[in-house]
Design a protein around this ligand. Structure first.
Ligand code: PEP
Length: 250
């Protein structure tokens, strides 16, 4: 099986001013100087420039938390892939459950956004995950397969390994409830199988777990065979906690 470089991403959501973002990066960098992981900071649009400036020459990559699929046009309030690339942003979170639930993000839009990100050489971090009701109804795999098939419909099979997939059970995001290692492994292995059936070089795809990951539970989750990293919300706001998770990834 090919080695997959661990991928640890901080999703700050709507947190951190420019000054706070700069202070975070200055505190983080010495703590992760020896890491072999891909470390990614998903910052609000306004803080992207400050994070980019400070991370030059380090292992840290910078991601936005959303983008529009068109390059430009009459889309008030939106930001496009070329605008992010111009800032030296390298990745973009797409389909986070907060965007799906609170801002009406649809699978149809994601089917356009993922190829648009790839065409612009931005690495999409595609989030998928079931609600609590779906899990209770035994529909977790059905939901994951439906989201993956729909959101990746416009991606050539040869490009699928350029997508990072984050398994984020909605009931575990920001709730303090973490999926058990068995639940996380089962879902991530299932995601890899779906990608394989879509013709992906599935052993090369990084699949992350997200949902109340913190220093105390990171090592156990990151050791799972099909979990290649984490997408971390709350615990990523503190550089010491986030650095501890990076360290747990090896
Ligand atoms: C997230 O925002 O993607 C997330 C996983 O949040 P938290 O770690 O706070 O559950």
């Amino acid at each position: 099986m090919p080695e997959r470089t661990p991928y640890i991403a901080a999703n700050w959501k709507m947190n951190k001013t420019v000054a706070e973002a700069a202070a975070f990066v200055d505190a983080l960098l010495p703590r992760i100087a020896a890491t072999q992981c891909d470390v990614v900071v998903c910052a609000p649009f306004t803080a992207l420039g400050a994070v980019v400036e400070r991370r030059y020459g380090t292992a840290v990559k910078v991601a936005a938390q959303n983008m529009h699929e068109e390059e430009s046009g009459a889309f008030t309030g939106e930001v496009s892939a070329p605008m992010l690339v111009e800032l030296d942003v390298e990745a973009v979170v797409l389909g986070h459950s907060e965007r799906r639930q609170l801002f009406g993000e649809t699978d149809e839009a994601l089917a356009r956004k993922v190829p648009a990100a790839l065409a612009a050489e931005l690495e999409p971090i595609l989030c998928v995950g079931e609600s609590e009701a779906a899990r209770d109804a035994g529909e977790t795999e059905e939901v994951l397969e439906r989201q993956l098939q729909a959101d990746l419909a416009g991606v050539e099979s040869g490009d699928l390994s350029r997508v990072v997939v984050a398994y984020e059970p909605v009931w575990a995001i920001g709730t303090g409830r973490t999926a058990t290692p068995e639940q996380a492994q089962e879902a991530c292995a299932f995601i890899r199988d779906v990608l394989r059936m879509r013709g992906a070089a599935a052993d090369q795809v990084r699949i992350l777990y997200g949902g109340s990951m913190k220093p105390a539970n990171a090592a156990e989750l990151l050791a799972l065979p099909d979990v290649d990293g984490g997408l971390i919300g709350g615990a990523s706001l503190d550089p010491t906690d986030f650095a501890a998770i990076v360290e747990a990834a090896g």
